[in-house]
Design a protein around this ligand. Structure first.
Ligand SMILES: [Zn+2]
Length: 336
């Protein structure tokens, strides 16, 4: 029965509008079923493909939106990072400028140090690491500016940072060295000052008129040849007599030969002796400073008139006081 059904045919009659002849189509039922099934299959396949295509399109759109969001975020991150890099570059540049300024200050300090060295003995001329004398720094920021602007590369930034770091390291080392040298210079100056304080190098009187030098002379009393162990400086009665250097009063007293007299103990076995004073203003053991008044000029003891007999003793032995007196304004001696 079934086979018969597939074999049976269906007849389609096509009637044209005018006088055309009628067309009869006889088609087997099976062929029609096959055609219908095929169309159904095609339709179904098309639907499935369309749905899948639609799904893909929607999925791509969603991913595109997501990617756009991420791109915006990445662009913002990049912008922030670029801004941070620019700030760091500016900071490095500012540091390099500061290093140059510190270098300039350092050179000023080194020149001051040289000036100090000139005041202290044993000075050594300060030179740069390259052997050149320290010179004045060229001041920046003066005059015009111009030229093409090239963006700074990562390598250049790195180089600038390295150079700045090296410059600071060098400055740190130099500052340490300078501090040490300045300490040494200070000690030298203090020693020089103390040495100057202990060394007789001033006039013991206001007057600079030497009436009798150190050495052989005719004694003013006996008129016989004798040895004068000091120098006589004429002056007014009551004029101040000064300690020629810092020290301690070794003795202060009176005797018929020396009158009122003071002996001051200085450094390295050096003593100074002031005789024929009108009066002494210090006592034994008193500390005295250079230039301090120790008595008044007089004519006590074996003296012919107001004067100071000034004597210098080295290890207890008299020596010529001339080297201990400034000779720039010494007046001509009288009564040689
Ligand atoms: Zn004398």
């Amino acid at each position: 029965m079934k086979f018969t059904w597939f074999q049976s045919k269906l007849t389609f009659v096509i009637i044209p509008e005018a006088n055309g002849s009628v067309v009869r189509l006889k088609l087997p039922r099976a062929a029609l079923w096959c055609a219908a099934s095929l169309m159904l299959l095609l339709f179904g396949t098309t639907c499935v493909l369309s749905v899948r295509s639609l799904h893909s399109t929607v999925s791509i759109s969603l991913k595109s939106v997501e990617m756009k969001g991420r791109t915006v975020q990445l662009e913002q991150d990049l912008h922030r990072k670029n801004a941070a890099i620019e700030r760091l570059q500016n900071d490095i540049y500012a540091l390099s400028k500061q290093a140059a300024e510190v270098r300039s200050q350092m050179e000023r300090m080194q020149r001051l140090e040289q000036d100090l060295h000139k005041l202290a003995p044993g000075s050594i001329e300060r030179r740069k690491a390259d052997g050149q004398p320290v010179s004045s720094a060229v001041s920046a920021g003066e005059g015009g500016m111009g030229g093409e602007a090239f963006p700074v590369t990562e390598e250049q930034t790195h180089e600038l940072a390295e150079a700045t770091g090296a410059r600071y390291a060098s400055l740190h080392a130099e500052m340490k060295e300078l501090a040490s040298r300045l300490g040494q210079t200070k000690r030298q100056l203090q020693e020089k000052q103390e040495r100057q304080q202990r060394t007789p190098d001033i006039w013991p009187t206001l007057s600079k008129v030497v009436t009798s030098s150190y050495g052989y002379r005719k004694d003013p009393f006996t008129k016989k040849l004798s040895f004068h162990r000091g120098i006589d400086i004429a002056g007014k009665l009551g004029d101040p007599v000064y300690a020629v250097a810092g020290g301690v009063v070794h003795s202060a007293g009176y005797d018929r030969l020396h009158g009122h007299n003071v002996v001051i103990e200085h450094d390295k076995g050096l003593r100074t002796w002031y005789m024929h004073l009108n009066s002494a203003q210090v006592d034994r053991g008193d500390p005295v400073d250079k230039g301090q008044a120790i008595g008044q000029l007089g004519t006590t003891g074996r003296s012919t008139g107001p004067h100071l007999h000034y004597e210098v003793l080295l290890s207890g032995k008299s020596t010529d006081p001339a080297p201990y007196i400034p000779n720039d304004n010494r007046k001509k001696e009288r009564n040689k």
